[in-house]
Design a protein around this ligand. Sequence first.
Ligand code: 5GP
Length: 170
Amino acid sequence: MKLSLILAKHVTVVVTRVLIKVNKLQLMGELYFFSGKLTAHLQRSYIDIIKGTVMSEETIFSKIIRQEIPTPLLYQDELVSAFRDISPRVDSHILIVPNKHIATINDVTSEDELTLGRMITVAKKLAKEDGIDESGYRLIINCNSDGGQEVYHIHMHLLGGQPLGTMLSV
Ligand code: 5GP
């Protein structure tokens, strides 16, 4: 774990404990209100740190994009990169990823629209190259835990090469 994360964790724990004590004293007025809000916020941050899902943190995908982890790239330009999923669920399973770290779809902004569009055109190109454009394929972007997101660097799954069945199996 990075030094800054460890430091952030300790500072968060100490401040959270102090604020919990302040809450326990049941001080009235603005201070109490403010500390309650801040406590809740810090507790959420602390949980994020523990879970290793701090949104600003890079994931393994950034290392693949920079080729610090050698993974064959199927495509790369100034906006996106693509590589095969390490654990393919179907015959053709490719991940298309923005080069910029964006944790979830909830974090995209209008500035990312070009990148998000590029992800689709690259998916189309790779589907053709993999010979699955005519038979068909599915594009999926998972978001957060209910969406089944495991890697907090947004990515589009390009899935095909066999019939994919119904859209969801819950
Ligand atoms: P998610 O569940 O977040 O939508 O999908 C993450 C995907 O990333 C999974 O399908 C998983 O197999 C894939 N993945 C996780 N780590 C690596 C890796 O180091 N290399 C590659 N190529 N794929 C990975």
